[in-house]
Design a protein around this ligand. Structure first.
Ligand SMILES: [Zn+2]
Ligand SMILES: [Zn+2]
Ligand SMILES: [Zn+2]
Length: 328
């Protein structure tokens, strides 16, 4: 993520800021990728602290427009959970827009987000997170920090974040977009395996038996070994994480000796393999920094040679963006 500046006083603004220290109320223009005080605010600014601006004729910003279902706001706590989830979604969307996905120039179908809380006005409801036919369902319980940590520990996962959930589910949507492209389909199967094999059976087997003991030789996470679709989604989420690590590192003005060819911009590297290596090295370095104050590792994974090949594969496809895919 880039770091931005106030249009009036040039002070530093971070992506989630609503007001500058100079007192100016600002909004973020997603098409222009900067803060402004000249645009209309998104109608969700008061409800969920959305800090994006909207087009003159629109009520909602580009991100909020993609949310078609929101939680019952009469239930205490739901607005706060929804706000946190939308903040993570905006962060993830900006990364995708670096590649052209979901920008004004992307004429493909938009994903639709159902942001569901387990607490509703008529009692508690089960919410299964997932993607189906362009609809991404997010369980807002995951935006509750204590609850998310509890789930992470129950599942024995090293990492679980709301940003990670969005990247994973949006990756399923991007698969559907890319899969219309023969060259992608053939290359995908050669790298990830046959995604047409029965999904429900594979997932049931994963939850019953766990992952194969050697999953780390070929996959970024244990869950990725459940099925080629999940391998794609997990690997894509990791490619997005790694691009954002490098992007944020450079935006913060940091440099590291011994890391070859830190390229700008990381979403469009000259050499994707080099970019992934750079990101993984930064991950190790930043893990060390986080340990100074007892914070968890920012990237608690070790990737095998095969997993790295998959990360590079994904980056190569995502960075083509929608135009080259649609016109192929
Ligand atoms: Zn200012
Ligand atoms: Zn908004
Ligand atoms: Zn998935």
């Amino acid at each position: 993520m880039k770091i931005f500046h106030c249009p009036r006083c040039e002070a530093v603004l971070f992506f989630d800021n609503l007001v500058c220290t100079c007192g100016l109320a600002v909004s973020f223009s997603a098409p222009q990728q900067h803060f402004t005080s000249a645009h209309r605010f998104c109608a969700n600014r008061e409800t969920i602290s959305c800090n994006w601006s909207c087009e003159p004729q629109a009520e909602l910003c580009h991100s909020c427009q993609m949310t078609s279902v929101h939680p019952d706001l009469s239930v205490a706590g739901n607005a706060e959970l929804w706000a946190r989830a939308e903040a993570a979604k905006r962060h993830v969307l900006i990364g995708l827009m670096q590649w052209g996905w979901l920008t004004a120039g992307d004429t493909g179908p938009r994903p639709e987000f159902h942001m569901l809380a387990e607490a509703t006005g008529s009692g508690s409801m089960d919410v299964t997170m997932g993607h189906a036919a362009g609809v991404v369902t997010i369980n807002l319980a995951e935006a509750d920090n204590a609850e998310r940590v509890r789930r992470r520990e129950t599942l024995g996962e090293p990492y679980r974040t709301v940003i990670g959930h969005f990247r994973h589910e949006i990756a399923h949507y991007l698969f559907d977009r890319l899969n219309g492209y023969t060259e992608f389909r053939d290359a995908f199967r050669a790298m990830f395996g046959d995604e047409t094999r029965d999904y429900a059976t594979a997932l049931a087997r994963h939850y019953e038996n766990g992952s194969p003991p050697n999953w780390q030789e070929t996959h970024v996470t244990a869950y990725a070994s459940a099925h080629p679709h999940e391998d794609w989604a997990e690997t894509s989420a990791h490619s997005m994480h790694l691009c954002d690590i490098v992007d944020s590192f450079l935006a913060a003005g940091l440099r590291k000796e011994g890391i070859p060819a830190i390229q700008t911009p990381p979403h469009h590297p000259r050499d994707p393999a080099d970019m992934i290596e750079t990101a993984l090295k930064l991950g190790v370095a930043l893990n060390h920094v986080n340990r100074a104050v007892g914070q968890p590792d920012i990237y608690p994974f070790v990737n095998s040679a095969v997993a790295r090949e998959k990360l590079i594969f994904v980056l190569n496809w995502l960075r083509k963006g929608p135009v080259s895919v649609n016109t192929a």
